[in-house]
Design a protein around this ligand. Structure first.
Ligand code: 13P
Ligand code: ZN
Length: 269
């Protein structure tokens, strides 16, 4: 069977980036079994021939209303598919979907009828939100980074901006590359509309969102950028954990050193 990627180098390149990122997630130990999911808005790479492709199955409800995504196209990791398999065979472990004109359902158009991730409500709500605010972001990533998830099991870290300030203070780069910090969504059922709604609310104020006792949700112009955000935050979390394991509470950068960073790099917070 001919893949949709054949003869479409730009689309193929975008899918290659997704596959590469999926491999990193596995190597990092953030993607046990089917853990985590990726979606990327690929509408910019869609031509007339793709628009005419028939659906491989009937329309399926997304459970959320996505008025600004009508006729948009997404690559989605398949539900229950492994990141380590997606890394090698992206089109067998994910699929391309089209949002129908109702804005409330999707159909799978290529390459195979692989059902998208169970976290589709959160991913698509976030993409709809990007359109609403005119954001250039096209990629969203959910993953299970060990140290960050572990930190979310400690109530004091879940107070507003406590974790953000702690992570920023571990190494200057974290504030530079994650200048709005880490928002917190109290525990909600995976795949639920409530989780989706809480996630877009936190993205108003933060770069990355922590789903308490579950994982993180990151966004970016492309999937590599979303990955980088989680990588940077995780580096800080690991420095903290390492210091604690060496038997001391790390000093962290001072408030004055962090303010100096904000001024020098024109950071929003
Ligand atoms: P999926 O396999 O449906 O993508 O789910 C993985 C996950 O991490 C749910 O939160
Ligand atoms: Zn998850």
């Amino acid at each position: 069977m001919k893949s949709i990627l054949e003869g479409r180098p730009l689309l193929a390149q975008e899918i290659e980036k997704i596959a590469e990122t999926a491999g990193y997630l596995w190597q990092k130990g953030w993607a046990e079994r089917n853990g985590g999911n990726i979606t990327v808005n690929i509408t910019d790479f869609v031509d007339e021939e793709i628009r005419r492709l028939p659906a491989l199955c009937g329309a399926i409800s997304t459970g959320v209303c996505l008025p600004l995504l009508k006729g948009c196209y997404f690559f989605c990791k398949g539900t229950n598919k492994r990141m380590r398999d997606l890394a090698r065979h992206p089109m067998q472990n994910g699929s391309i979907i089209r949002i129908t004109d109702s804005g409330e359902s999707y159909e799978i158009i290529a390459d195979e009828p692989v059902k998208p991730t169970s976290e589709l409500p959160s991913h698509l709500s976030v993409h709809n939100y990007f359109r609403e605010i005119g954001s250039p972001y096209r990629a969203s990533l959910h993953t299970h980074p060990i140290e960050l998830v572990a930190m979310s099991h400690h109530k004091p870290f879940l107070e507003k901006d406590v974790l953000t300030n702690l992570l920023w203070s571990m190494i200057p780069e974290t504030k530079a590359f994650c200048p709005k910090g880490l928002g917190i969504v109290p525990y909600k059922l995976p795949g639920s509309v409530e989780l989706a709604e809480a996630t877009i609310r936190e993205l108003d104020d933060y770069d990355v969102v922590m789903w308490e006792k579950h994982g993180v949700f990151a966004v970016g112009n492309d999937i590599m950028e979303a990955f980088d955000q989680v990588d940077v935050l995780t580096k800080s979390a690991q420095i903290y954990v390492n210091a604690r394991n060496m038997g001391f509470e790390p000093d962290g950068m001072t408030a004055e050193q962090m303010r100096e960073m904000s001024v020098a790099f024109h950071l929003p917070k």
